[in-house]
Design a protein around this ligand. Structure first.
Ligand code: GLA
Length: 377
C-alpha cells in the first residue's frame, strides 16, 4: 500500500498555536510518501530514503526516546499509537518524499501523519483527521520533546485542495477558507536550515509561559496569551521585562492580523493580505525575535521583485523558508528574479517553489517515479 501526507505552509498566525490563538495554514504540494506491507510478527523494518537509514523496531520493546533524527519520530509515533490502544503489526515500511527536511514546511509532522496513517491501516483500523493530528502532536510534544502547538499536525491532517484552514488552536475547531484567486504563494529557502528539536522553539515557548504566569498575577482568569487584549497588555506592562513585553506584543498583534487575514481571504482582498504578511514579519523579527539575517534578506529580495504583495518568514524561524504572495500576472518573472537574486546571495542554486494544489493525506494509487523506482530496486 502507498500513502502520502503533504507538507504545510502557514499563511499567517505564527507562534500562536501554543499560545491558544488561531492560525491560517494550508497544505503544501510537496509530500512524504510511505510504502508499507504488513507481516504477521511484531517487528517493523523501516527504510528512511532521505538518509539511507535502516531502522528495525521490535514493537514489544520500543527504545527510549532519542533527541533528534528520524528514529525519534518513528519511535514516538509507535508509542503514541500503542498507548492509544492500536494493536500494531510488524511489516516493511519505506519512507521517502520530496518535502525538504528542516526547512520550516513541517516535514516532521508530515512524516508523523503519513506513518501514523499507514501503521493504523496495516493493523486494519481507521482514524479521522483530527484524531490522527492529536496522536501525532502527542508523539512530537511528549515523546520527541518539542513544545510545538498543534498547528502543523492539524494543517496536514485536514488539508484540502486549494483551501486554507482557519484553526482555533484552543478548541481545535476549524473552517475552510478560499485560497487567493488573483495571486499565488511562493516559498524560498533562505539558505540556513534549522531543526525544531534543537531547543529554539522550546525557549520561545518557555518565554511565553513565563510571561503568562506574570500576567496571571494581575489577571487571574487569563487562560493564554492569545486572549490578552492590547489595553490589558499596556496596563500591566510594568509586570513584564522588556523581552516578555515584546513577546506578548507579537502575540497580541498577530491575533489581530489573523482576524484581518481571514476577512481578506474571504473577500478576495489580496493586497490587504500582502500588507498583513509584511507586518507579521516585522513583528516576528523585532518583537518575537525568531528571524535571522538570512530570512530577513530573503524577505527583502522577495519584496523587491515586481508583483510581490507581501512577504514574511514562515514557521518557527531561525532559518528555513520565507513565503511571499505574488500577483499571478507577474508570477513567472518574479520567480526568475527571486531565484537569481537569492542564488547570488547564498552562493549556490536557490530553492524556490511556487505553491500549487496540495492533495490531502491518504492512501494513494501512484506516487512519483523516483520513489516508485526505489521501491522495486
Ligand atoms: C513550528 C511548530 C508549530 C508552530 C510554528 C510557529 O512549526 O511546530 O507548532 O508553533 O513553529 O508558528
Amino acid at each position: 500500500m502507498l500513502y502520502q501526507a503533504p507538507g504545510r505552509i502557514n499563511i499567517i498566525g505564527e507562534h500562536l498555536d501554543y499560545n491558544g490563538g488561531s492560525v491560517i495554514p494550508a497544505g503544501l504540494d510537496l509530500y512524504t510518501w510511505v510504502a508499507a506491507e504488513g507481516q504477521n510478527d511484531r517487528v517493523l523494518q523501516l527504510h528512511f530514503m532521505h538518509q539511507e537509514l535502516d531502522i528495525t523496531v521490535d514493537l514489544d520493546a520500543v527504545p527510549a526516546m532519542q533527541a533528534t533524527g528520524p528514529e525519534s519520530y518513528i519511535h514516538a509515533m509507535i508509542r503514541a499509537l500503542t498507548e492509544a490502544g492500536y494493536e500494531l503489526k510488524g511489516g516493511n515500511v519505506v519512507i521517502g518524499g520530496n518535502l525538504p527536511l528542516g526547512a520550516g514546511m513541517s516535514s516532521s509532522a508530515s512524516l508523523e501523519t503519513v506513518l501514523g496513517l499507514a501503521l493504523i491501516d496495516l493493523c486494519g483500523d481507521t482514524v479521522d483527521g483530527s484524531t490522527l493530528a492529536r496522536l501525532c502532536h502527542r508523539a512530537e510534544s511528549e515523546f520527541v520533546g518539542v513544545q510545538c502547538g498543534v498547528m502543523d499536525q492539524l494543517a496536514i491532517s485536514l488539508a484540502e485542495v486549494r483551501r486554507a484552514i482557519l484553526i482555533n488552536c484552543t478548541t481545535q475547531q476549524h473552517q475552510q477558507l478560499p485560497f487567493p484567486g488573483r495571486s499565488t504563494f511562493v516559498l524560498a529557502h533562505c539558505g540556513r536550515s534549522r531543526q525544531l528539536a534543537d531547543g529554539s522553539l522550546n525557549r520561545r515557548h518557555d518565554g511565553c509561559m513565563t510571561a503568562l504566569g506574570l500576567l496571571q498575577q494581575a489577571i487571574p482568569n487569563l487562560r493564554n496569551l492569545a486572549e490578552l487584549g492590547v489595553d490589558q497588555l499596556l496596563h500591566h506592562r510594568d509586570l513584564l521585562s522588556e523581552e516578555h513585553f515584546r513577546i506578548c506584543r507579537h502575540v497580541v498583534s498577530e491575533v489581530q492580523r489573523v482576524s484581518l487575514a481571514c476577512d481578506a481571504l474571504k473577500d478576495g482582498e489580496d493586497e490587504d493580505l500582502g500588507r498583513l504578511l509584511n507586518e507579521s514579519h516585522t513583528s516576528l523579527r523585532d518583537d518575537y525575535r525568531v528571524s535571522c539575517k538570512e530570512l530577513d534578506h530573503t524577505v527583502k529580495l522577495m519584496r523587491q521583485c515586481k508583483g510581490t504583495l507581501g512577504a514574511r518568514m514562515m514557521g518557527a524561524g531561525f532559518g528555513g523558508c520565507a513565503i511571499a504572495l505574488v500577483r499571478n500576472e507577474m508570477l513567472s518573472d518574479m520567480v526568475v528574479d527571486l531565484r537569481t537574486g537569492l542564488s547570488t546571495a547564498i552562493g549556490s542554486a536557490a530553492w524556490v517553489h511556487t505553491v500549487g494544489s496540495a492533495e490531502p493525506v491518504g492512501r494513494i494509487e501512484y506516487c512519483s517515479e523516483t520513489f516508485a523506482s526505489r521501491l522495486v530496486s
